[in-house]
Ligand binder design. Sequence first.
Ligand code: ARG
Length: 255
Amino acid sequence: MLYPLVVLIGAASAWSLYSPTDRIIGGYSVEIEQRPFQVSILLYGEHFCGGSIIRNNVILTAAHCLVGVSKDYLKVRIGSTDRTSGGKLIAVRKTLYNENYDDATSGSDIGLIWLDEILEFNDKVGMISLPLQDETFAAGLITTVSGWGLLAFEGDLADTLQEVQIPLVDHEVCSREYRGLVNQDMICAGDDEGGKDACQMDSGGPLTAVNKQIGIVSFGYECAVPHYPGVYTNVAHFREWIENKILEDQISSRV
Ligand code: ARG
């Protein structure tokens, strides 16, 4: 998902000397009980994206995790702190991503997965609430992002669930930092000085604040680089889209 940033990379080759070594990046281990809505999405049996439980049979994730992927090769692991074991592996009934998703710009990077079975909620498996349509969140609000993604840029996957806390970044500031590549369908979060971020294979996972999922891990320039915050799908902009798709599925799967 770094294609839109090729321009930036060329213009800033000095960044290649910068390699963040912190752990997500700069975070810490948590138990699934603390993020019971977090799921791992597996392709050919290997973790490759995050997601979140928003209904007892629906997972929210990024469009770029679903493009060109057959549902038959996907599985969802729920209820486990460990990336490679535990919880339950569930087959996928259907996937769908936003009709406006744009691979070149990462615009409308949002998708849904319908599970083959209905989940039973317990202390390891639960839903996350969503913001209202167009609800806004102030810059500086402390958010949490989690996943089993890389612990360092081009580093290793996490074996156990990681999370990190980062403030929301002012939209104008972020848009300037990313040379206009960040639009109103996106929100940014990160520390100005870098060091804390989501990274590859955290994609599709939840950015939460005040007990709501306000973002979906979408893209960033490398990971945890100062002045290049993580960019997230602005869930509040897609609340009605989500509700409509869930409703349409309920209607069409009723016989
Ligand atoms: N697109 C990446 C993925 O597929 C996620 C990148 C998030 N990067 C970041 N610096 N926050 O996993």
